[in-house]
Design a protein around this ligand. Structure first.
Ligand SMILES: C[S@@+](CC[C@H](N)C(=O)[O-])C[C@H]1O[C@@H](n2cnc3c(N)ncnc32)[C@H](O)[C@@H]1O
Length: 442
């Protein structure tokens, strides 16, 4: 290791595991400031340690810790505590204290202070990732000085439980914040969500200083007039809205507005340039995938109907949605700007080749969130690499209609369940009749 560099251990939360390194990351950095910069945005990182010692055996850990020059760092009168962290195995408080006592050779002369000590030292035992096969001894031991925590308290701050306005499809805060990070949102960026719903992604984007706006086809949703989502709530409060949420989190100055609009129709000036688009398009499972249109040939709206006319809607297939989304992003993102969006699929049919593509967008990241035995959705991150030519088109390879297959499979599973139940009922009846007959014959 270069003598200018120090070794750091970043410890990740064991959640959304496909979205981060498993479960720790060791890296040599020239400066502790870089650690602070990393954790200032990190949602999946729990904490970072200056790594003093590590080993595959307990003895190796202690030997390498004894060789580490800790005296100058700890100082004589500084208060301290030692925290014990075990991954994939639980220990009682007594067992943890025993582990702490094994470090009694450290020159810790200051007082022990459990709340806000000058120095927090951390001992970690790592028992692997599989809770069904936990080894007797850990795979790896670590010891170091705590430097900083990640931003996981934001997940609590933005919790849907305490948010004023939510809907059935509101995105959970952890994933919303991860999306904002994937989009590399910086203070002052212009951020758009074309399928904005209750605006969860705008909140995450504004948390990092993005100026946010969105569109949604659902007039009632944007006006906070859909049925309440909370079981305890009978009717929506008068002021439920995305603007009210922004106000709740002190982000009003970062909120531009939302507009009721159908994404399939061009709405914006052609020279509009956006820093990032983050969105969760409708999959047609919990919400309709619709666009304005009619199957009528030559429809006519009479003049007297014009002011009160509510346009009819037709289906907006997933393939078309992603085709439009990628084309829109290629046109309206600035160069290097990012599109971050979810894409639902059947797990057994997944191949990277069938993900939506566009000649002006480079796919940078692709992480899976499993939804059920059959289905998952993938968080796709694209970067705009060039301006589109008039002939550039999105390439959509996935020929399976997710929505159609989802409902067909659900119907099939229900049918199977009904048949199984009927067979079981018939078997029990037969058994009952047989035993009845035996009793009468006796
Ligand atoms: C999965 S939800 C988005 C949820 C949102 N991320 C949130 O946190 O509340 C998809 C949204 O797309 C909207 N939508 C469906 N078809 C649309 C269209 N043609 N144009 C614009 N929005 C549409 C739906 O009304 C729904 O609110």
């Amino acid at each position: 290791m270069n003598s200018q560099l120090k070794r750091y251990l970043f410890w990740f939360a064991h959640e959304h595991v496909d979205f981060r390194l498993p479960p720790y990351w060791i890296v040599d950095l020239p400066d502790e400031n870089i650690v602070h910069q990393i954790v200032s945005r990190a949602i999946s990182i729990r904490f970072c340690l200056e790594l003093w010692a590590q080993g595959k055996q307990n003895e190796d850990l202690h030997n390498s810790l004894k060789a580490y020059s800790v005296k100058n760092i700890i100082g004589e009168k500084r208060s301290f505590k030692i925290a014990v962290e075990t991954f994939c195995k639980h220990f009682s408080q007594r067992e943890k204290v025993d582990k702490i006592e094994s470090f009694s050779y450290l020159p810790l002369e200051g007082p022990v202070k459990l709340k806000n000590p000058d120095i927090t030292l951390c001992y970690i035992e790592y028992y692997g990732l599989d809770p069904n096969s936990i080894p007797e001894q850990p795979y790896e031991y670590f010891f170091g000085r705590w430097i900083a925590d990640g931003q996981r308290e934001l997940i609590k701050k933005l919790s849907l439980k305490t948010r004023k306005f939510i809907g059935n499809t509101s995105m959970d805060p952890q994933l919303s914040l991860i999306m904002a990070n994937q989009a590399q949102i910086r203070k002052g960026d212009l951020i758009f969500d074309p399928f904005v719903g209750t605006g969860s992604l705008l909140i995450a984007a504004s948390q990092f200083g993005g100026y946010t706006f969105g569109t949604d086809i659902d007039f009632l949703m944007l006006h906070g007039r859909t049925r309440p989502t909370r079981i305890s709530q009978k009717i929506r409060e008068k002021d439920e809205s995305i603007a009210a949420n922004m106000h709740q989190y002190g982000m009003s100055s970062y909120y531009l507005d939302v507009v009721v609009a159908d994404f399939s129709y061009p709405l914006w000036r052609t020279d509009l340039r956006i820093d990032a688009i983050i969105t969760d398009p409708p999959y047609g499972i919990r919400e309709a995938t619709e666009r304005i249109g009619t199957m009528k040939i030559n429809p006519v709206i009479e003049e007297h109907q014009a002011t009160s006319h509510i346009p009819s809607k037709i289906g907006y297939g997933l393939n078309q949605i992603y085709k439009d989304l990628l084309c829109f992003s290629a046109r309206h993102l600035k160069l290097d700007g990012r599109l971050v969006c979810w894409y639902p699929l059947f797990r057994d049919q997944y191949t990277e080749e069938q993900l939506p593509a566009h000649p002006c967008l480079e796919l940078l990241a692709n992480s899976e969130q499993v939804l059920s035995n059959y289905t998952s959705r993938r968080l796709l991150t694209y970067k705009k690499i060039k301006e589109p030519k008039a002939t550039d088109e999105s390439i959509i390879m996935n020929l399976t209609d997710f929505r159609e297959k989802y409902f067909a499979l659900r119907e099939e599973t229900r049918k199977e369940k009904r048949t199984r139940k009927a067979t079981e009922r018939a078997r029990r009846r037969e058994e009952w009749e047989r035993s009845n007959k035996e009793i009468t014959e006796r």
